[in-house]
Design a protein around this ligand. Structure first.
Ligand code: NAD
Ligand code: MG
Length: 388
């Protein structure tokens, strides 16, 4: 295949769980993809290793103290090295790539993703927080710039796959499946004593620390409800969550005639990553397949929103909209960070988020500056609760 038709991929957050799995996918299809940009926040060693292997045009190391180390390790490679937060937007503005894989975790992913969209680049979106915080602005900008936003999140990839060929048909509702995480069936008297290492053991998926805690608190599913609203242009009432502990049905779409389409697969993020990178094509791989003869059960049950109150908070944010999802997200990022550092308990995460949602001024129609301000205010407020 000619060099020129390879898709040039910019992986923002290449050292993370999604980023490293994306590189495995790219590695498996050397005729289809080329790595153009890699970015990492702190893991200079892995970033250098990746750069030496994939020979991108440029890398960004977020932590400026590591610039010299990365620069000297790559001095004879010809790879351009940048550093600092602003550099993420600078490289997102490059003309030299075709698609950004947005795989930074948290609010930090918003600015570079917006820049890629402004720059007219397709986005494979893993960073759900971008849509939770500013979904209206992100989707409007994408529409104005004719930029496709292709979901990487497995549930949203499932819905996206179910909608292929259905452009003229109305969605009645979507059903997001949730594994339930490591504490499925547990009650507050158990959860009050849960520590970092318990929460980091997810039954089905191996992911970064923040999303693993979010899965344990069910905030991840709450964020995904809001993500789905923006991706698929839905009303809050069209988004439903169901617990499905096997993580085989990745999500479902119910149409107006009552027909339900589900997308299934083994729980492996490489499939939704690969689909986003190759869409609209599917390409062959030899990953393990579902053996339906050995699947003894596919179970579904109602989520326990009395215990996992984050789901109710996220539903409220979904319904009220405005800057409330942004506030929820910011407080959650601070609370999860504090939990991971053993500063607060598991149930305190929800308490911090709830208080921030009550405290920070509600704005019905925020602009981008309002979102940044609300994010900062919610972070400061959440941090002030944690110090006490
Ligand atoms: P991770 O923690 O494993 O990796 C995060 C990446 O972002 C790393 O490369 C890190 O260097 C970079 N990063 C972290 N903080 C940064 C900052 N402040 N500025 C710039 N870069 C920063 O996270 P992950 O599990 O790969 O998740 C990435 C995103 O994908 C999240 O938004 C998550 O919700 C979403 N997602 C992940 C999975 C999964 O299976 N891991 C599944 C669905 C969605
Ligand atoms: Mg998901």
């Amino acid at each position: 295949m000619a060099e020129s038709i390879k898709k040039k991929i910019a992986i923002f957050g290449s050292t993370g769980s999604i980023g490293t799995q994306a590189l495995e996918v790219i590695n498996a299809y050397p005729d289809l993809f080329e790595v153009e940009i890699l970015t990492a926040q702190t893991n200079d060693k892995l970033l250098v290793e990746q750069a030496l292997k994939y020979n991108p045009n440029a890398v960004v190391i977020g932590d400026e103290r590591k610039y010299e180390t990365v620069k000297s390790a790559l001095s004879s490679s010809g790879v351009k090295v940048f550093s600092g937060e602003a550099a993420l937007e600078e490289v997102a503005d490059f003309d030299t790539y075709d698609m950004m894989l947005a795989a930074i975790v948290g609010f930090a992913g918003l600015k570079p993703t917006l820049k890629a969209i402004e720059n007219g680049k397709a986005v494979a979106l893993a960073n759900k927080e971008t849509l939770v915080v500013a979904g209206d602005i992100v989707m409007q900008l994408a529409l104005a710039n004719r930029v496709p936003i292709i979901p990487v999140d497995s549930e949203h990839s499932a819905i996206f796959q179910c909608l292929v060929g259905e452009t003229r048909n109305k969605i009645e509702k979507i059903i997001l499946t949730a594994s339930g995480g490591p504490f499925l069936g547990k009650k507050p008297n158990f959860l009050v004593n849960v520590k970092r290492h318990h929460a980091l053991q997810h039954p089905n998926w191996n992911m970064g620390a923040k999303i693993t805690v979010d899965s344990a608190t069910l905030m991840n599913k709450g964020l995904e409800m809001i993500e789905a609203k923006w991706l698929f242009n839905l009303d809050p009432g069209q988004v439903e969550v169901i617990i499905h502990p096997q993580s085989i049905v990745h999500s479902m779409v119910q149409f107006e005639d009552g027909s339900v389409k589900a997308q299934m697969g083994l729980p492996d993020m490489k499939l939704p990553i690969q689909y986003a990178l190759t869409f609209p094509q599917r390409v062959q791989n030899n990953n393990p397949r579902i053996n339906f003869r050995k699947l003894d059960t596919l179970h579904f049950e109602e989520p326990d929103i009395k215990t996992f109150r984050n789901l109710s908070l996220a539903t409220l944010a979904l319904e009220k909209g405005g800057n409330l999802p942004c506030i929820l997200n910011a407080a959650n990022e601070i609370a999860v960070w504090a939990f991971l550092n053993n500063r607060i308990g598991f149930l305190d995460i929800t308490a911090v988020v709830e208080k921030a949602m009550q405290k920070i001024n509600y704005i019905e129609k925020p602009n981008l500056a309002d979102y940044f301000e609300s994010d900062g205010e919610a972070r400061n407020f959440a941090a002030s609760l944690i110090k006490m």
